[in-house]
Design a protein around this ligand. Structure first.
Ligand code: 13P
Length: 252
């Protein structure tokens, strides 16, 4: 039985005051929620302050990106080594980083290795653009991204990873994938993992869906057998909406 995992990717939102207000509201909303793992991924500057808030709670913390080298002349970067005392999770390969900041399958793979080495669980994003979808290439594209991200990773390492299927056309558009389609592609990702590592590992890896998840569509998505949680953008910035999704996952 895989525990569902709901992660809030705040992206580049919230000032310090806004971040603290959101965490405080989330504490009230998420008091007593059991049956789902909850991860908050605020911007880098607020990680420490949010970590202090979360200290006595079961809610976990994630970064939105990292660099693979431990230290060095890499102005502006933050290493997995630096994050390891602070966060339990780190998002890698988000489509915004791939599209806007030059992230490649190779750099995603290096980050996955660095995170595993430092005991941080990667939330590894994959997903096709509208163009691949329309060309009927979703399956080969997504499978290729999964294989590239996992290159050289051991089965033990793979079990630390949470995969996140985020079709790019569904991100921030209000046009989520249907539960059926999201479930189908998450199943495909699991098959790719099974081919690499065998069934026991594939059965253990959690696979999230992300892209316009809201309090309204969460229950149906979370009921799908291959979907083990969600990566939330816009709706993670509202405590009531995020909590509704967490409750849907806990019940699903
Ligand atoms: P939205 O939930 O705003 O569509 O964003 C999804 C996402 O990119 C999470 O990483």
């Amino acid at each position: 039985m895989r525990t569902p995992i709901i992660a809030g990717n705040w992206k580049m939102h919230k000032t310090y005051d806004g971040a603290m207000d959101l965490v405080e509201a989330l504490m009230d909303e998420l008091d007593n929620v059991e049956g789902a793992e909850v991860v908050l991924c605020p911007p880098f500057p607020w990680l420490l302050a949010v970590a202090e808030y979360l200290e006595e709670t079961p809610i976990l913390l994630g970064a939105q990106d990292c660099y693979w080298a431990d230290e060095g002349a890499f102005t502006g970067e933050v290493s997995a080594l630096m994050l390891k005392d602070l966060t339990q999770y780190c998002i890698v390969g988000h489509s915004e980083r791939r599209a806007l900041f030059g992230e490649t399958d190779e750099s995603v793979n290096k980050k996955v290795h660095a995170l595993i080495e430092h005991g941080i669980r990667p939330i590894c994003c994959v997903g096709e653009r509208e163009a691949e979808r329309e060309a009927g290439e979703t399956d080969t594209f997504v499978t290729g991204q999964v294989r590239a991200a996992l290159a050289g990773v051991s089965a033990e390492g793979a079990l630390m990873i949470v995969m996140a299927y985020e079709p790019i056309w569904a991100i921030g558009t209000g046009r989520a994938a249907t539960a059926e389609e999201a479930n189908r592609v998450c199943g495909l990702i699991r098959n790719a993992i099974e081919e690499l590592y065998g069934a026991p590992t594939a059965e253990g890896v959690r696979i999230q869906y992300g892209g316009s998840v809201s309090g309204r569509n969460a229950a149906e998505l979370m009921r799908q057998p291959e979907i083990d949680g969600a990566l939330i953008g816009g709706a993670s910035l509202r405590a009531d909406e995020f909590a509704a999704i967490v409750r849907a996952a806990a019940e699903g």
